[in-house]
Design a protein around this ligand. Structure first.
Ligand SMILES: C[S@@+](CC[C@H](N)C(=O)[O-])C[C@H]1O[C@@H](n2cnc3c(N)ncnc32)[C@H](O)[C@@H]1O
Length: 263
């Protein structure tokens, strides 16, 4: 329990805002996207999407994956409880919407759907994009699909799969064809081993403008180690640590530089 608190104080000590940033690419991202306070009509859709899940008192049988839940003891779980504990926060969903809207990625991959609270932000951020979202639990994925239909978010392809098997399939496909993701949101298995394995498996899908977002980079000492390894990878050029999220950019023309930013 002490670890995230210590880690947060360390983050605050090192963090800055746009005033400490000289890179035009990062400065623009902060001022035009991260710190954009203007209201957006899509925020109301995100709110309604969440509200309808929070009002859903039905139970589903959840298949547990990854590092396990710190909140639930049983696998029979109420939808409203999953929505209130497992998904992206309202503020983060708005930021994810803005980031997607700012970069206008065409092909988006989300690793870890749950009930689609982040998926809806990705789908609304660029309605012309194709969003592929991966979830291993069939009943959770079913609920998410119903929810996406209810809100007419028809640019989402929801895939029920164990992450590793889907990513291994991509690796096989890449032998004969190209596959690019312009934005990837990693929010599934928050372990060092899985994070680094997914990082390596997906590296062949990058292009110059790819944006990768890793959730919970300070969740545990192991996740912080994974984040350090990712930052030091030779293909990684710019990173932004916002405490909750680690942003990774591969821009070939850019000097390697790491930012710690209060978002
Ligand atoms: C933190 S939740 C995703 C939250 C979602 N992105 C949001 O913000 O609403 C992670 C999800 O990934 C799924 N998951 C975890 N490890 C998995 C694995 N190895 N394969 C498939 N699904 C997995 C879990 O079932 C869970 O629903």
């Amino acid at each position: 329990m002490l670890f995230p608190i210590k880690s947060y104080f360390n983050f605050l000590w090192h963090s800055t805002n746009e005033h400490g940033v000289h890179s035009p690419f990062v400065f623009n991202l902060l001022t035009k996207c991260f710190y954009d306070k203007k209201p957006k009509p899509e925020y109301q859709i995100l709110k309604n999407y969440r509200k309808s899940l929070l009002e859903n008192k039905n139970f589903i049988e959840v298949t547990d994956f990854g590092v396990g839940s710190k909140v639930f003891k049983s696998n029979r779980r109420q939808i409203s409880k999953i929505a209130s504990t497992a998904g992206i926060s309202p503020k983060r969903a708005e930021l994810l919407f803005r980031v997607t809207n700012y970069f206008q990625p065409k092909n988006i991959l989300e690793i870890g759907t749950s009930l689609g609270l982040a998926t809806s932000a990705l789908a609304l951020g660029n309605t012309k994009a194709k969003v592929i979202t991966l979830e291993g639990c069939p009943q959770t994925a079913d609920q998410c699909q119903l929810q996406l239909q209810k809100f007419n978010l028809d640019n989402v392809d929801s895939v029920v799969t164990e992450f590793d098997s889907y990513l291994q399939d991509i690796k096989l496909r890449l032998k004969t064809e190209t596959e690019n993701f312009d934005l990837i949101y990693f929010d599934g298995n928050h372990s060092k081993k899985a994070t680094l394995a997914y990082f390596e498996l997906l590296l062949p899908t990058i292009n110059n403008d790819s944006v990768w977002i890793f959730d919970d980079i300070h969740w545990s000492p192991e996740m912080e180690q994974a984040w350090e390894i990712i930052k030091n990878h030779p293909k990684v050029k710019v990173t932004i640590d916002t405490f909750q999220w680690g942003f990774v950019f591969f821009r070939y023309e850019q000097e390697k530089e790491h930012f710690v930013i209060r978002a």
